[in-house]
Design a protein around this ligand. Sequence first.
Ligand code: GDP
Length: 294
Amino acid sequence: MKIQWYPGHMAKAKRKMKEDLPLCDVIVEVIDSRCPNSSRNPEIDQLAKDKIRILLFNKLDLADDERSKLFMEDFHRRGFFTLGIDARNRASVKRVSKLIQEASQPLYEKNRKKGISSQMVRAMVLGIPNVGKSTFINAFVGRSTAKTGNKPGVTRGNQWIKLDKNVQLLDTPGITWPKFEREIVGYNLALIGSINDDILPIEDLVFYFLKYLVRYYPKAILERYGIEPEEGEAALSIMDKIAVKRACIKKGGDVDYTRVSRLILDDFRSGRLGKISLEHPGKWSDEGDEDSAV
Ligand code: GDP
């Protein structure tokens, strides 16, 4: 199923982001740790090629620890500064502030050599919808002692949050647009809630997810629903069993697939199924990803 998704406000967001990019030295890209590849927009690499790049693996609390670690190492090798965080947690914010300063050292050095005394760097947060950009910025604002207000000559309406004497952060995040290079990206983005739930039938989405769970996280099914997938058991059969256990049955006795799908999806999104990642490190560039059996 090909997913078409590019609502009007995305075009506006893209324009705004392109306008703001030149104001910043550091790009803090927020991604969802459960699917780092699907939740990034590869076009940013081109648009921000001369910037210092920080990749924040947010929602680390919901992702598979082992896979997140490997993903972070992989992106680090590709030239990104990486950090795993839970944006709701204020301590994360402190660590990011330190990382921005560390990442900016070459810039400070360059400025010093040019005789520029100001050591101020400006950073901007960006990412696709629902990865936690606003949560992260709000945590920063909570800590920040001062908003610096509008600067003359800078895009109207932009406010800068002072993180410390050397770092300022733009208070509105850049919203980037996901790229559906592969079918599987659409499913992953729907699962993490970055595209609207009405873009594809929830039953199809959760059926895909269950197939994935049976294959990679059968223990999560056992622990959450008390159902042990049998060797080669079809996802549909497991869906039926969950429906029975959780009383998702219609009046006539048929399984209510919409209800059971909603229940499973909520369990995944809230972390009640445990720490689950939707992608494998190192697999992205493989031709014919074996998970894309949809
Ligand atoms: P934005 O669209 O990128 O600005 O995303 P939001 O900041 O609005 O966050 C989307 C949802 O994710 C909200 O319900 C947040 O509470 C939640 N959220 C943000 N960061 C985290 C995190 O690190 N862990 C968890 N579990 N939830 C988070």
